[in-house]
Design a protein around this ligand. Structure first.
Ligand SMILES: [Fe+2]
Length: 193
């Protein structure tokens, strides 16, 4: 793969590490820590399952599982907002912003591979999802975030025909800007994601 492929995923790794630190700091501020709660390892299992096939890796990890995170985050923010944990809502806004970029990188390299190998992206995705037992995706889908992450309207349409989740928490709509050096988080209003 070209050098840019590795540069892109190193950037993603750095952002994932930042997400972990933000969540761990927050857990510690609440008197708990990483490892205190059960978590599934679906993403890592899929990473291992696709370790020999870069096309399947792009299809299944960023374009399926990380993209699922785009859908799951706003409802999670709503629940945390209702529970009064606004710091967690802010952290999830940072993660959502960065994950749009991760999925976009996955889409970029998935399409690059399809073009290189003369494959149809939609049919190929369906085949890979079947072969690798990808989880069946259920709505509601975060259509705006998926489009921002490089899914085509045709792909989103085929996926969804669903409605966006109802927005119940205005806090969720604030996307923080993050100073990576100081880790200072400054919420700022943004258009809908
Ligand atoms: Fe990610």
């Amino acid at each position: 793969m070209p050098a840019d492929y590795y540069r892109d995923w190193l950037r993603v790794a750095a952002e994932e590490a930042l997400h972990f630190d933000l969540l761990r700091q927050h857990l510690r501020s609440l008197g708990r820590d990483y490892g205190d709660f059960d978590a599934h390892d679906g993403l890592w299992t899929t990473v291992e399952r696709t370790s020999q096939d870069v096309l399947a890796r792009m299809a299944l990890v960023p374009r399926t599982l990380e993209a699922r995170g785009l859908d799951a985050t706003p409802p999670m923010q709503d629940r945390l907002c209702r529970a009064g944990d606004l710091r967690a809502v802010e952290i999830l806004a940072i993660i959502l912003r960065d994950e749009v970029g991760h999925v976009a990188i996955g889409n970029h390299w998935y399409r690059w591979l399809c073009q290189r190998d003369g494959l149809d992206p939609v049919q190929t995705y369906d085949r890979l999802a079947r072969e690798h037992h990808a989880p069946r995706l259920r709505g509601p889908f975060n259509v705006e975030a998926r489009l921002a992450a490089g899914f085509t309207p045709i792909e989103v349409d085929a996926l969804t025909r669903a409605q966006l989740p109802e927005r119940r928490c205005s806090q969720r709509r604030q996307l923080p800007t993050l100073s990576r050096n100081s880790a200072v988080v400054i919420p700022s209003p943004i258009p809908d994601l």
